[in-house]
Design a protein around this ligand. Structure first.
Ligand SMILES: [Zn+2]
Length: 329
């Protein structure tokens, strides 16, 4: 480019071209380029802040679309959660109780994963991605429990009929013989000793000599006379198989003998007040896999839900036994 500068000459009174030094020319060119670049950058900035560039619009559309897709996914997860929950309720309330199985409990499958598991999802869409993951993880835990439950029920069902006849499922006394409220199972404040004790069974008050029945098919595995004023007194234990045993205590007489096979409803002894007892009653225990469980849950076959509710409502602190009678063993 031809750069010419003019300078006023006082002698000739005219402007005369002066040759510009090349260094200055290069400097000026560079400055012009720089200014042009700054102007272009500023313009770009202003435009991109005011208007979306085509690329940005595309990204935003994609973001909106993804958000919608995640919402749909969330709805699908919620819908299958509902279905699984219905399945779980049916499993618990119908199938498991049909087989007399307790509610399935698998340690560790109820606690959600710690929040740190989902820390990675922190950007704009982090929230929806995180909640989708959390819902899916909860669902897989639920499905795992259900599948374990079905495995268990499958085993039960193989021996279903035998099991149905064996599991304790009726009252050990005639319902009409019951006198007063039932002494409830569980941790109770003892009325006389004012101490908390674990009551391992339930107490049915009645009269001496009331018949006592086996609550399920099984074999008598234990029979003892017991002590006079302590413990269970005259007592029988029946092994029903499938992990179940039942205990009948404070009897006045034992009819069934050790080794004898008994059927549900068969007379095995008579009510009494032997051992640590303050009056004629039957102390009845249901033991599942070595653990005492609440026998109330094993009367279903004999009672309507309303009846059962009333019994539970009326169950009271035991007043039939001395401290030794229940705290020991
Ligand atoms: Zn008792």
């Amino acid at each position: 480019m031809s750069e010419k500068e003019y300078k006023f000459n006082p002698q000739t009174l005219a402007y005369e071209p002066v040759e510009c030094p090349p260094r200055l020319r290069r400097y000026r060119t560079a400055r012009r380029v720089l200014l042009l670049f700054i102007a272009a950058a500023t313009l770009n900035l202003v435009v991109s802040m005011t208007y979306y560039t085509p690329k940005l619009s595309r990204l935003e559309q994609r973001g909106e679309q993804l958000t919608k897709e995640f919402e749909v996914l969330g709805e699908r997860i919620a819908a299958s959660d509902y279905k699984i929950d219905q399945m779980r309720q049916r499993d618990n309330n119908v199938y498991r109780s049909l087989f007399g199985a307790d509610t399935l409990s698998i340690a560790g499958t109820y606690t959600p994963y710690p929040a740190s598991t989902y820390e990675a999802y922190t950007d704009d869409y982090g929230g929806i991605v995180r909640s989708a993951w959390m819902a899916l993880d909860a669902q897989s835990r639920l499905l795992y429990r259900q599948s374990r439950s079905l495995d268990e029920l499958q085993i039960f069902s193989k021996d279903k009929e035998k099991m149905a006849a064996s599991i304790p499922a009726i009252w050990p006394i005639n319902k009409k013989d019951l006198r007063g409220p039932i002494g409830a199972y569980g941790r109770r404040l003892h009325p006389i000793y004012k101490r908390y004790i674990q009551h391992k069974g339930i107490d049915f008050g009645g009269r001496k000599g009331d018949p006592i029945y086996a609550t399920g098919n099984g074999v008598v595995v234990h029979s003892e006379k017991g002590l006079r004023r302590k413990g269970y007194g005259q007592m029988l234990v029946i092994d029903h198989g499938f992990g179940y045993k039942t205990r009948y205590a404070h009897l006045s007489e034992r009819i069934a003998k050790v080794g004898q096979e008994v059927k549900r409803g068969e007379l095995i002894g008579y009510m009494g007040s032997t051992g640590g007892s303050t009056g004629p009653h039957l102390h009845y225990e249901v033991i599942y896999m070595g653990q005492n469980v609440d026998p109330i849950n094993y009367f279903r076959r004999d009672m309507s839900e309303a009846e059962l509710d009333r019994i539970i409502e009326q169950a009271k602190t035991t007043t039939f036994e001395t401290l030794e009678g229940t705290a020991n063993e």
